[in-house]
Design a protein around this ligand. Sequence first.
Ligand code: HEC
Length: 105
Amino acid sequence: MAEMRAFLVTVQQINEGVLQDDMKKVADAARKVGRAAQEAVPVSLMGKLPLDFKKLGFDTHTRFDALALDAEQFGDKEQALGALTELMQNCISCHAGYRIDLVME
Ligand code: HEC
């Protein structure tokens, strides 16, 4: 859930960066939830997650890294917003398909 809140913060920061014409802010925000952030997931949790779920999660982190790189290299605001809009399909489809339920044992 902390990872999810970080995603949300990043989406806001990317929008803000674009509005302020600050592509460094866009790149920094995107990189914070890139692949490096994903390594923080504990092995015990990783083992319990369905494969498709992990693929979607992995793809989302990868797309944020790509967005960061493009923002740095090209500084193209429209491209950044386009990439964000596209990757947010991942947020939507994962939320549509999965939930986390507490199981009392
Ligand atoms: C691989 C699956 C997956 C992807 C991709 C994903 N999420 Fe989530 N997210 C979840 C699950 C599962 C929950 C828990 C939902 C539940 O149990 O009802 C969640 C919950 C959340 C929450 C609520 C957190 C809380 O504290 O309650 C936010 C905010 C959120 N996601 C934002 C995002 C955003 C923004 C993205 C895309 C950038 C995203 N998520 C991508 C699986 C995903």
